[in-house]
Ligand binder design. Structure first.
Ligand SMILES: NC(=O)c1ccc[n+]([C@@H]2O[C@H](COP(=O)([O-])OP(=O)(O)OC[C@H]3O[C@@H](n4cnc5c(N)ncnc54)[C@H](O)[C@@H]3O)[C@@H](O)[C@H]2O)c1
Length: 352
């Protein structure tokens, strides 16, 4: 059997480096990581994980900016690649509102360049496009309202979501037009160690320590905080390896792109989440010799003041469940471990 080699874009990003760690620990895939090291990418993430990938025989890293088309030399160098996991992207909604064109370049042009590259790979078996719940737009705040199924119609409401949705359309077009085997996975809010400090969970840990005020997105009357399903990055990586082993799409018609929703076990509102984090910080900080100021928060009608921010996204996870997958790591335990790790490694709370 040919040795499997997976090309992971955005390998030095937050989710990407967890994916590298999980795949090295749990599979026999060779990995080629590529990353342009934008403001959110850092090789230190990879250096910091338990298995040092830079001294691992199954890992190679290459600098490449996928906004540029891959030349023939790069395609030749990647000839052994059997799987592409395209997760590199511009990923922060606020930045997409400030500068939408840079998101079009990275997420639409970049995805098209990666599909073109995949088209030239002689051993290509599968292209996986890593997408988001945000492509469907918001759902009502009532938790009884079910999440979107895989076949729901896209209705993105901010430039980030629109570029991820456009990336999905290019994947579908390449599968249909050129017969490249592709699947799409959609994830909800991901958390874990070494997340960029601009994201909600590191921000809350930092402000529980310092006493700085955290804005919590809420309804216009500021009584109900926005809600999210949170999932640890290791669970996301586990879901992808589950799919790669089970390959439930085999037998589908050529050109058909199957999609899968990777859903965390619990939905929480952002105030509940901030209070849970505060409880963990209060319990754990003394052991690291850190002082705790306590949580100060302000409910903010974010959508009216900053259109593009949605209060609730929801995905239906029944398809993955029916295939036999459920998140192996418990939400509360994973959150507690992430808080503990952040307190023991406070440099990551301020530097990417
Ligand atoms: N983090 C979440 O909660 C979440 C939720 C749903 C979906 N996603 C998706 O997961 C993926 C990874 O998200 P993340 O949170 O790890 O983001 P991240 O910003 O931490 O990582 C993105 C990585 O992509 C790299 N990159 C960006 N532009 C590039 C380019 N032009 N060429 C090469 N590399 C480039 C960056 O340097 C960075 O290392 C993204 O596709 C995002 O849309 C993330």
């Amino acid at each position: 059997m040919t040795k499997r080699t997976i090309l992971i874009t955005g390998a030095a990003g937050f989710v990407g480096h967890h994916m590298v760690e999980h795949i090295l620990k749990n599979t026999d895939f060779n990995i080629i990581g590529i990353d342009s090291l934008s403001y959110s990418g850092s090789l230190d993430r990879l250096r910091d994980i338990q298995i040092d990938p830079f001294h691992h025989p199954r890992f190679t890293h290459m600098g490449y900016d996928f906004r540029q088309p891959a030349g023939p030399n790069l395609i030749r160098e990647l000839a052994s690649v059997t799987h592409v996991l395209h997760m590199g992207a511009e990923s922060h909604v606020d930045r997409s509102i400030a500068d939408p064109m840079s998101f079009v370049m990275a997420n639409v042009v970049g995805t098209t360049n990666m599909l073109e590259l995949a088209r030239g790979l002689p051993q290509m078996e599968l292209f996986i496009y890593f997408s988001t719940d945000e492509v469907f737009g918001p759902v009502p705040l009532d938790p009884a309202y079910p999440g979107h199924q895989e076949t729901a119609v896209h209705s993105p409401k901010n430039p980030y979501a629109a570029t991820k949705s456009s990336g999905e359309q290019m994947v579908t077009a390449f599968a249909n037009t050129y017969g490249i085997p592709c699947i799409i996975t959609r994830q909800m809010n991901i958390f874990g160690e070494r997340q960029h400090p601009e994201k909600f969970i590191p921000k809350v840990i930092r402000s529980v320590l310092s006493g700085a005020v955290v804005p919590i997105h809420a309804t216009p009357d500021k009584t109900q905080a926005g809600m999210r399903h949170y999932i640890h990055a290791r669970n996301v990586a586990d879901a992808h390896m589950f799919l790669l082993e089970k390959r439930p799409w085999i037998g589908n018609a050529c050109g058909h792109v199957e999609s899968y929703h990777i859903v965390g076990e619990r939905e929480v509102d952002n105030l509940q989440l901030a209070l849970m984090i505060e409880r963990f910080v209060r319990d754990l900080a003394p052991a690291s010799g850190l002082k705790v100021a306590g949580l100060c928060y302000e409910m903010v009608d974010f959508h009216s003041s900053r259109p593009g921010h949605d209060l609730r996204y929801a995905l239906d996870g029944r398809k993955m469940k029916a295939l036999g997958w459920q998140p192996p790591k418990n939400f509360e335990e994973s959150l507690k471990k992430t808080v503990q790790w952040s307190l023991e490694n406070p440099g990551w709370l301020s530097n990417p």
